[in-house]
Ligand binder design. Structure first.
Ligand SMILES: [Zn+2]
Length: 272
């Protein structure tokens, strides 16, 4: 199927009579999946990109380089970052979640990246689980959506189960997401719709859709590596998953020429 945008038009906000689009919120990590989603929104919002509100969350992930990539990409496209537009170059415009930082022993934050395959966590996804992460993220996104008047919250979740043959993380199942949606319908005055255009497709299908749609998407504007190396190590679980997905998609991956940290004040080093 040929897509004009990575997000189908039925799930993109419609402009008012004067052409203004309602704001949107996107949970944007700086990684590949949410980057592709963001590019879909940027394309739709041409000239009004500041109405895209990117919620990028510092939950203590080891791969904090993705935060810098998120900041760099938002600056480039004029997307608004939480909690303010990026006017102060030294700011750390990421929502920090101290209660989740270091929680769960996940390799994504404090755990040893090499433990993942050893412990047989591949099936359960437990090695990369961060306690209740998605429920917390969606709750924050709904709060922010109400504040800025967003109609949609965009979420880059994939159909992990069919690709890894493993189980979904408990906070990623359709049941939990639907329950969260139902809760937010009641807990906010103006609930936003949560839309995940990739949650019924695999990573390789998402890559193929991005490569074949009408938007010129530069995969090098995303960062993937659990070890936080520059350039990406190519050996960790995240690097291997990315490489495998591109291979299956029959598309060449692109790695950025420049470390996203270059030219940025490294805020995380000041807080760790
Ligand atoms: Zn890696």
């Amino acid at each position: 199927m040929k897509f004009d945008n990575v997000i189908t038009s039925g799930y993109l906000p419609k402009p008012s009579k004067d052409g203004t689009l309602p704001p949107s919120v996107i949970l944007y990590s700086g990684g590949l999946d949410t980057y592709i989603l963001l590019r879909g929104l940027v394309e739709h919002y041409k000239g009004q990109e500041h109405l895209i509100h990117a919620l990028t969350i510092d939950y203590g992930q080891r791969n904090w380089r993705e935060l810098y990539m998120a900041k760099k990409v938002c600056r480039k496209y004029g997307v608004t970052m939480y909690p303010q537009s990026d006017t102060a170059p030294t700011s750390w415009p990421f929502l920090q979640l101290p209660t989740v930082r270091g929680g769960g022993g996940s390799m994504v934050n404090t755990g040893d990246a090499s433990d993942y395959e050893k412990d047989g966590h591949m099936e359960t996804q437990r090695g990369t689980n961060v306690a209740n992460r998605n429920v917390i993220f969606i709750a924050y996104a709904q709060a922010w959506a109400e504040v800025v008047g967003a109609e949609y919250i965009y979420w880059g979740a994939l159909d992990i189960q069919s690709e890894t043959l493993g189980k979904m993380r408990p906070d990623s199942t359709y049941e939990v997401i639907n329950l969260m949606q139902g809760l937010c319908q009641k807990s906010t005055y103006v609930p936003a719709r949560l839309h995940g255009p990739f949650w019924t497709i695999t990573k390789s299908q998402m890559i193929r859709r991005a490569a074949n749609c009408s938007i010129d998407i530069d995969f090098g504007e995303s960062y993937t590596c659990y070890t936080n190396s520059w350039p990406p190590c190519g050996e960790c679980r995240a690097c291997k998953e990315r490489a495998r997905a591109f291979e299956r998609a029959g598309i060449d991956d692109v790695v950025a020429d420049v470390d996203p940290c270059v030219g940025m004040v490294q805020g995380r080093s000041a807080i760790n």
